[in-house]
Design a protein. Structure first.
Length: 586
């Protein structure tokens, strides 16, 4: 491919040189010849820059488009310099407006080389069709003779018109095409402004210089149409417009070339990044990279070898988006052992040197970030495992409660009924048997009461059926210590949250009865900032600690398994205060 690029460059240079030499015998003023040579020189400079960009970025169409733009700008001038040869004149008329759609395609496709939106693609396609129709108009209808039959181009069969339309009619048709180009130019400016508005900050920084140059090129064309009519202004004789047009045309390839060199540098930004990373705490590396690369949307994916997957900075699994024009992925480190990956704006691919240098500078910080993410992932897995254990325990409690209620309790009730029937059949005089049966019934009722209490302790059915408020009020009614219960959260919550709150209150009341010697207890249930807040206060002797109470430690584990917070204050002689916050979304 490099040979092809060299041939294109050499061919374009030879064409420019040949056209400059062919100007010498042409009967035109010296200033026109000089300005034509300047124009050809500027076009060759643009061609050279285009070939360089094409060589540096062979996988990007921008280089091809930038090379094509000067070439298709040169070819139409063949009809003036080689005016007595059929092929150059015909090519010149056929490509008379082709430079415009190539320019539009180049600007709207920058920097990725691909048109990003359907509206851009439709407009570029229409621009090519318009240029083809304009050239076809001249090829088929434009006669090279004056109205009196004299040839103004000594090539009567050059454009091969299929019909001889009057001179003024042909010019009227061409004027219509010229005026139609005005709204097309304005539409192009609107699309360019839309591209800038919708670009990311990093993308806007990259495309803004070229967009400014494109605004100048399109703006001077619009100004010529508005000020001088459809025929425009002869830039070869008008000094002011000659230099405006020349500078505007040269700005585009120069800005692109400078942008390419800038994209390959960025050393100062990387040096600043190295200094910043020294004082960047873990978890903030993404922000530092985003500032350096100018892409606030940048995402950091950290590679965990033991999982063979990417996670975010919080240790959560991260899936790469499907390939699209909106996001790009750059892997840092060797493919077989990556350190991390950056999900970023595709325009940063035009600054791959800066992208890779920033990634290399952040390698050590990313290693630290990866260890932090791995630790967070393990912590999240531990928390999830603890939550699963608590949930499994609750499910087992509910199963045991159902088995006791539906199994042993029903059998004991059946046995009690059988004893009652037997005692009624024996009657009062049965040698004391009736009294024995009565005692057995009393023992059976006591056993049923104990069994119901055991079932409620395992998992109260009222908690599942009627909710936390009803279950706590029932618990308070059975307590031997006076309990004041204030529930400001009667709506149903997740089963795990209700169970954690219930058993926390239940264990606290049990401790008050067994150890605290309290004469009153107050229980408060409220919702604050998405958390269920449980508070239990007693006026007992205090001195309760987590180290000497397995029940309290179990409550702590249960609450923390739901990402909650458990605190206890129990000063000796001053009662005990238990405070727990449980996320309601758990």
């Amino acid at each position: 491919m490099r040979v092809v690029r060299l041939l294109v460059w050499a061919g374009g240079g030879a064409l420019c040189a040949g056209m400059a030499l062919a100007l010498q015998p042409v009967d035109q003023p010296a200033i026109v010849k000089h300005r034509a040579i300047i124009g050809l020189t500027l076009l060759f400079v643009g061609l050279t820059i285009g070939v360089i960009v094409w060589d540096r970025r062979p996988d990007n169409r921008i280089g091809i488009l930038l090379t094509a733009w000067p070439l298709v700008s040169i070819v139409p001038d063949l009809r003036w310099i080689f005016w007595n040869h059929a092929l150059p004149v015909t090519l010149g008329f056929a490509t008379i407006e082709l430079f415009a759609p190539v320019f539009v395609h180049l600007i709207l496709a920058y920097p990725t080389g691909r048109l990003q939106t359907r509206l851009d693609r439709l407009f570029v396609a229409f621009a090519y069709a318009f240029a083809a129709a304009y050239g076809l108009l001249f090829l088929l209808f434009f006669d090279t003779r004056y109205p009196d039959g004299r040839y103004w181009l000594e090539c009567g069969d050059c454009a091969l018109p299929i019909t001889h339309i009057a001179w003024y009619d042909v010019h009227r048709i061409s004027h219509v095409f010229d005026w139609l180009a005005l709204p097309l130019a304005l539409t192009f400016l609107a699309l360019l402004a839309r591209k800038l508005v919708h670009a990311s900050p990093g993308g806007r920084r990259i495309v803004l210089p070229l967009s400014a140059a494109a605004f100048l090129v399109a703006g001077q064309f619009v100004a010529q149409i508005v000020l001088y009519g459809s025929s425009g202004v002869n830039t070869m004789t008008n000094t002011k417009w000659f230099w405006i047009t020349s500078v505007a045309g040269l700005l585009v390839p120069v800005v692109l070339g400078v942008g390419l060199l800038r994209a390959r540098s960025g050393r100062s930004a990387v040096a600043d990044l190295v200094v910043e990373l020294e004082r960047t705490p873990p978890g903030r590396v993404r922000e530092a990279l985003a500032r350096t690369l100018g892409d606030p949307s940048l995402e950091l994916a950290l590679w965990l070898p033991e999982r063979s997957s990417y996670v975010d900075s919080h240790g959560r699994p991260l899936e790469f988006p499907s390939s699209s024009a909106e996001r790009a992925v750059t892997v840092l480190g060797p493919p077989e052992a990556p350190v991390a990956a950056l999900l970023h704006d595709p325009v940063l691919l035009e600054r791959r040197g800066l992208l890779e240098a920033a990634g290399a500078a952040a390698r050590l910080a990313l290693e630290n970030e990866r260890l932090q993410a791995e630790l967070r992932a393990q912590l999240a897995e531990l928390r999830a495992s603890r939550t699963r254990i608590v949930q499994a325990g609750d499910e087992e409690r509910k199963r045991l409660e159902r088995n006791l209620h539906d199994g042993a309790q029903q059998r004991l009730l059946s046995l009690g009924l059988a004893l009652q029937i037997a005692r009624s059949q024996l009657g009062a005089d049965a040698n004391g048997t009736s009294e024995l049966l009565g005692e057995a019934e009393d023992e059976l009722r006591a056993a049923l009461d104990e069994l119901r209490e055991l079932a409620r302790g395992i998992h109260p059915a009222i908690l599942s059926d009627q909710g936390l408020g009803a279950a706590l009020r029932s618990l308070g009614e059975r307590s031997s210590v006076p309990v004041t219960i204030v529930v400001d959260a009667d709506e149903r919550l997740a089963e795990s949250v209700e169970a954690a709150a219930y058993f926390l209150v239940s264990e606290s009341l049990a401790n008050c009865v067994k150890y605290a010697q309290a004469s009153k207890v107050r229980v408060s249930i409220t919702r604050q900032d998405g958390n269920l807040v449980v508070e239990v206060d007693d006026n007992g002797i205090g001195g309760a600690t987590l180290e000497h109470g397995s029940g309290l430690r179990g409550l702590t584990d249960r609450v923390q398994a739901l990402d909650g917070r458990f605190e206890i204050e129990s000063t000796p002689g001053d009662g005990t205060h238990i405070h727990a916050e449980i996320p309601c979304g758990s």
